[in-house]
Ligand binder design. Structure first.
Ligand SMILES: Cc1cc2nc3c(=O)[nH]c(=O)nc-3n(C[C@H](O)[C@H](O)[C@H](O)COP(=O)(O)OP(=O)(O)OC[C@H]3O[C@@H](n4cnc5c(N)ncnc54)[C@H](O)[C@@H]3O)c2cc1C
Length: 478
């Protein structure tokens, strides 16, 4: 068939550049119309105000990019199982093309759509795009999926030195739009108003201070800044300091696919000849390791979908959580009386983003000091995080709770020791808790804030040492 009409379905790939399924589609035809569906059964993409903001603005830019190239982005809302086949039929598409997902719900949904399309004689084509390597291309020596990060990293790294360079950055597409007659179709005509309504309903107050920026263009700039300002060369030491902008802020861009993981990885390969000393070299490698943590958790969820609803280490299902709701609310609101915890939760609540070191500290505190189930924390993060991603968030929480794939049996962070190490001059704490700005750093770090200095700031709701002992005794029972 010559130049068949194709419906291209954007999901976690809100970009034109280096989009594997789109490259595939374009190799078959230039008569391509694209779509994005606000899936009423899959709210992860927009059920946090911050993610709705990121998504809405990324879609706006994506729509403009399609128009500049002579086509359009049709935005729909509802159930893609019904809408995708309907839309494909409406525009007389012969093929529907999309990039694969690793999340259990999306895999099942896509299967249903494939079947529906088949029934009406429309072909479907899927590609892998969201990952550095397809899940079926990396296994242990025993041909099993990896469940430990270290060997996964080693294997992937050896493969990436070869695969990493395959990304396509400068493709200029020229599309053919649908017929004028079809433009009058109601589904297509109402597309603009769906996005307008969505954008109008966004209630995210942190858009100015959120370090993640929506859209393909902003993602490119974030990557360029991280590399050109040479932040990547000091990442090894700077990445753990929450008061310092030492990380890339690319998490939401990677989550929504406004940039390709191949482009990001490739940027690290191109640098290897530039480094001046050992710290530079280590820093590039450490950043690559973080990108591989993202990859690892995606592969884990793909191979072990049960992670979505329960612990990897089964014994944790029996843990007698206290789940004290009052404590949970204090934690959520940044009112525990433990400065590093409260600073971090206030950063999250205000900006929709939290520094990685602080994510680990607050997660450990919720689970191991407040004895609240990690699933409650996981859910809370998903309600707020701009980069909220099922695989990364679940992986991070299970790692912090010690219920996941971390080979270390039990990890407990002391929030005071962590603050001393990673916020030694209390810059981060004092920024997010201004009422403590006049307290001496040593009093703050030791948790000895006098009543006079408190300025309405609360006393710690729990004692770390007592709670740690209690947690260990409960852990011994399982
Ligand atoms: C409890 C907990 C929950 C988390 N929830 C999420 C989440 O929902 N979404 C999310 O993207 N990340 C999550 N992370 C991982 C990490 O905190 C963020 O990816 C990181 O802080 C984002 O900042 P950045 O883009 O500046 O990262 P950088 O330090 O610049 O790292 C580059 C990229 O690597 C990836 N990455 C880095 N660290 C990790 C990690 N530990 N696990 C997985 N990927 C990583 C991200 O895509 C990130 O953008 C979580 C971590 C913890 C401990």
């Amino acid at each position: 068939m010559n130049n068949p009409r194709i419906l291209f379905w954007h999901r976690k790939d809100l970009r034109i550049i280096d989009n594997q399924a789109l490259i595939k589609a374009f190799s078959l035809s230039n008569a391509i119309t694209s779509t994005y569906i606000l899936d009423k059964n899959y709210s992860h993409d927009f059920n946090a105000n911050s993610r709705a903001w990121f998504l809405g603005n990324s879609l706006k830019e994506l729509g403009n990019n399609w128009e500049k190239m002579g086509s359009r982005l049709v935005i729909g809302e509802g159930d893609p199982v019904l809408i995708i086949p309907q839309l494909a039929k409406t525009i007389d598409a012969k093929i529907v093309v999309w990039n694969k997902s690793i999340e259990p719900y999306e895999i099942n949904r896509d299967l249903a759509i494939k079947n529906n399309l088949k029934e009406i004689n429309i072909q479907s084509i899927e590609s892998w795009d969201h990952l550095l390597i397809e899940p079926s291309k990396i296994f242990t020596g025993n041909n099993k999926p990896y469940s430990v990060y270290g060997p996964f990293y080693k294997n992937l790294k050896s493969k990436m030195n070869f695969f990493g360079s395959f990304y396509e950055d400068k493709i200029i597409f020229h599309f053919k739009d649908i017929d004028n007659k079809l433009k009058e179709n109601q589904n297509i005509k109402s597309s603009n108003s769906v996005l307008e309504k969505f954008l109008k309903n966004i209630k995210f107050s942190g858009s100015k201070i959120c370090p993640c920026r929506p859209g393909e263009r902003a993602a490119k700039i974030l990557l360029e800044n991280f590399i050109n300002e040479k932040k990547i060369f000091s990442y090894n030491s700077a990445r753990d300091l929450p008061s310092y902008n030492g990380t890339s802020f690319l998490s939401a861009s990677l989550r929504f696919g406004t940039i390709s993981i191949r482009k990001v990885w490739n940027a690290t390969l191109n640098l290897h000849s530039d480094f001046e000393n050992q710290e530079n070299y280590l820093s590039i490698e450490t950043w690559q390791k973080e990108l591989v943590w993202r990859e690892f958790y995606q592969h884990c969820l793909f191979h072990f979908p049960e992670l979505e609803s329960g612990p990897y280490r089964k014994k944790w299902a029996q843990f007698p959580w206290e789940n004290n709701n009052e404590w949970f609310q204090h934690w959520s609101n940044g009112e525990t009386g433990v400065p590093i915890i409260d600073a971090a939760m206030r950063q999250l609540n205000s900006s929709g983003w939290m520094h990685n070191r602080c994510r680990m500290i607050v997660a450990s505190f919720l689970v191991k000091d407040l004895i609240c189930s990690w699933q409650k924390g996981e859910e809370k993060f998903m309600e707020i995080l701009v980069d909220g991603d099922l695989a990364a968030n679940n992986g991070g929480w299970q790692w912090s709770a010690s219920s996941g794939m971390d080979p270390k049996p039990l990890r407990i962070f002391n929030p005071y020791t962590q603050a001393k190490k990673f916020d030694p001059i209390c810059k981060y704490i004092k920024f997010w808790i201004p009422e403590l700005s006049k307290v001496s750093n040593s009093d703050l770090l030791n948790g000895e804030i006098s009543n006079l200095e408190k300025n309405n700031y609360s006393s710690p709701i729990v004692n770390h040492n007592i709670q740690q002992r209690l947690f260990k005794s409960l852990y011994a029972e399982i």
